[in-house]
Write a protein that binds this ligand. Structure first.
Ligand code: FRU
Length: 489
């Protein structure tokens, strides 16, 4: 029964995708190298796993419109993290615990066990007394077709936790046991809870892994927890903490007590569009993070949920990044090395002098490109350096490296007639001799990495094809760029 109902729901949603995908494919704002839904809405990455020779990525999706609604799990696979093949939807709302009034199969994670794929997700249902969230399981032999476990839900809301704020299980194995971290809220403070299990079916509460004292909002969504070097990293997306989209804590963890002592905190990205990151380990041991290129707190403020809604889709993932532990204990988020494999039409220049007079820069077609260089700070005496991207039709996105005041800002108020806001961060420039810059531009996004990948701004901008010029100028002195390279992507 359980299986039949879900299969019916999947078949119906799948037909919707098949009917609409050709139309959606022609959308002018579709990305060239970022993963997007075939049609309809996409938010968080879910269930990231390398399983039987392929990377599997699932995602929160509503195939019926470019708008959030009752949640399904979309599914795509890749052998190289660059080219993706869509598979049938993996989960659809079908049960009393995940299918009432705009609930659905909310975010979660995947683990391999006995050669099968286990998906843990949050069932959200509303039977007239507000949303209730529980942790549920679905299993697959082939990694394509899933069956919900008849004993669901596995974990119900613990005492003291808000019933509509207990979600997004991340599961992993350590030695002979399984662990799960879940996001939650109590007394209007965000927190992450940790559970343990011997068999993946029976779970015991272990501890509060970490909790906001007010500085990190009222609810933590999509927590993730993993070892990195000799440390542990907790990441989460706090709701209600102003401009923070996704935060990280680095510290020491004790499996006996479930206690996590963190001593470093930071921001995974300072832009407007970086949310709900989840990690995956590659066969060669790299820890990668994939995230949703949007954010709830500013998004619904705008008309029609954004311009891509008109094209029948909404949402994509940010560039995949590798997490590295820096010497000072902070984290670096470095675009995956695989990106080199899609470079075309390279252009290099060893040294460039930048003055007050704006210089046009060469980078692919000015729309879908990668650019990399360093500012030679020993030869630079400018107060600030201004870079303008996606210029044309009287529009532009302006990025200022303010060396005098130590600030990086990305202004998208004049990007496309729709986007708003200036994202800002403090430039650290620990290495006083140079400042590294690495930029990825795609049809509808601009991702800027600097300060050894610790100061990153990911912003969506919905610029048209005629907006394909870029320039650079220095103010209050000159600047020197070294090792400039750019590619069409
Ligand atoms: C984060 C989130 C999750 C939830 C999902 C619902 O973006 O709100 O907490 O599981 O999206 O789609």
């Amino acid at each position: 029964m359980t299986k039949l109902l879900m299969n019916e729901k999947i078949a119906k949603a799948q037909k919707e995708i098949d009917d609409k995908k050709k139309y959606v494919e022609n959308g002018k704002m579709r990305q060239h190298y970022h993963l997007m839904p075939q049609c309809g809405w996409m938010n968080d990455p879910n269930g990231l796993i390398y399983f039987k020779g392929q990377y599997h990525v699932f995602y929160q999706t509503n195939p019926y419109s470019g708008f959030w609604d009752s949640m399904h799990w979309g599914h795509a696979v890749s052998k190289d993290l660059l080219h993706w093949e869509y598979l049938p939807l993996a989960l659809a709302p079908s049960e009393v615990y995940d299918d009432f009034q705009k609930g659905g199969c909310f975010s979660g994670s995947a683990i391999e066990h006995d050669g099968k794929m286990y998906l843990f997700y949050t069932g959200t249902a509303n039977h007239g007394h507000g949303n209730v969230q529980t942790q549920c399981l679905a299993i697959s032999e082939d990694g394509i077709h899933f069956e919900k476990y008849t004993g669901n839900p596995l974990i119900t809301v613990p005492e003291g936790i808000e019933p509509d704020s207990f979600r997004d299980p991340k599961v992993w194995k350590h030695e002979e046991k399984y662990y799960m971290v879940i996001g939650g809220s109590r007394n209007h403070r965000g927190l992450a809870l940790i559970f343990e299990s011997e068999d993946l079916y029976h779970w015991n509460y272990l501890n509060v892994l970490s909790e906001s004292r007010g500085e990190w909002g009222f609810m933590w969504e999509c927590p993730d927890f993993y070892p990195l070097g000799d440390k542990y990293v907790l990441t989460f997306s706090p709701m209600g903490s102003g401009d923070h989209t996704s935060a990280y804590l680095v510290g020491d963890f004790d499996y006996e007590t479930g206690r996590f002592d963190s001593h470093v905190s930071g921001e995974m990205d300072w832009g407007f569009d970086y949310y709900a990151p989840q990690s995956i380990v590659t066969p060669d041991g790299r820890r990668l993070v994939i995230s949703w290129a949007n954010e709830w707190e500013w998004m619904p403020l705008f008309k029609d949920w954004g311009p891509t809604y008109q094209e029948g889709w909404c949402g994509f993932f940010n560039l995949i990044r590798e997490v590295k532990l820096g010497n000072d204990g902070t984290l670096q988020f470095v675009p995956i090395e695989e990106m080199k494999n899609i470079r075309e039409d390279g252009f290099c220049q060893e040294e460039m002098l930048i003055t007050e007079d704006p210089k046009q820069l060469k980078a692919g077609d000015g729309i879908s490109f990668e650019m990399k260089f360093v500012f030679d700070l020993k030869k630079t005496d400018a107060d600030s350096i201004e870079m303008k991207f996606r210029c044309g039709d009287g529009k532009e996105t302006c990025c200022i490296f303010d060396l005098k005041n130590g600030e990086l800002s990305v202004d998208r108020q004049n990007s496309d007639g729709w986007s708003t806001g200036v994202s800002r961060s403090v430039l650290l420039v620990n290495d006083k001799s140079e400042l590294d810059v690495h930029i990825f531009s795609d049809q509808s996004s601009l991702e800027i990495f600097t300060d050894q990948y610790r100061n990153n701004h990911s912003n969506n901008i919905f610029a048209g094809d005629q907006q394909n010029q870029l320039s650079i100028s220095a103010h209050g002195g000159k600047a020197v760029i070294r090792n400039y390279e750019s590619y069409k992507l």
